[in-house]
Design a protein around this ligand. Structure first.
Ligand SMILES: [Zn+2]
Ligand SMILES: [Zn+2]
Length: 154
């Protein structure tokens, strides 16, 4: 697909610039990209909820303002963000907690360009259908998947 073609061009550019072999250039580019993406992903997940509802939410301003609680009429605030899918790496789940009682709710959000991991299509077994397999970036806590300690090794 187009993304693959783009990636190959980038690898060839690096090969020309550094004299590296295709595999080495690909690996170095991948680890550079992963490092940048990992930092972003960790920042997307790790922040402290705002002390007050008057302060902007530290998650980066991509959440919804907290709703009014139907039970106690206090406001909800955004308290956490975790990966919200096992295959869609740009899908996150935002957790809101009521500031007045124990009520919580979760909203699914898509953050383009801020993935929590890398999705790859892999074929398992001989004639099996290709499946999407996601690898969580190191440092990101996924409620359903674990970080892959072998990532970077093909
Ligand atoms: Zn927020
Ligand atoms: Zn409440």
């Amino acid at each position: 697909m187009t993304t693959n073609r783009g990636r190959k061009d980038v690898i060839r550019d690096r090969m020309a610039a550094t004299g590296e072999s295709y595999n080495v250039a690909a690996r170095n580019l991948k680890s550079m990209k992963d490092m940048g993406a990992t930092r972003e992903a960790v920042l997307t997940q790790r922040w402290r909820p705002a002390e007050s509802l008057d302060a902007p939410c530290p998650c980066g301003g991509t959440c919804e303002p907290g709703e009014k609680c139907g039970r106690c009429h206090a406001r909800y605030r955004h308290v956490a963000r975790t990966p919200g899918s096992t295959t869609d790496v740009e899908t996150w789940a935002d957790r809101y907690e009521c500031t007045g009682c124990a009520a919580v709710y979760t909203l699914t959000v898509v953050l383009p360009g801020r993935p929590w991991g890398v999705a790859e299509t892999v074929v398992k077994g001989g004639a099996a259908e290709p499946v999407v397999q996601a690898t969580v970036f190191p440092g990101v806590v996924h409620p359903l998947l674990r970080p892959d300690p072998a990532s970077g090794e093909d």
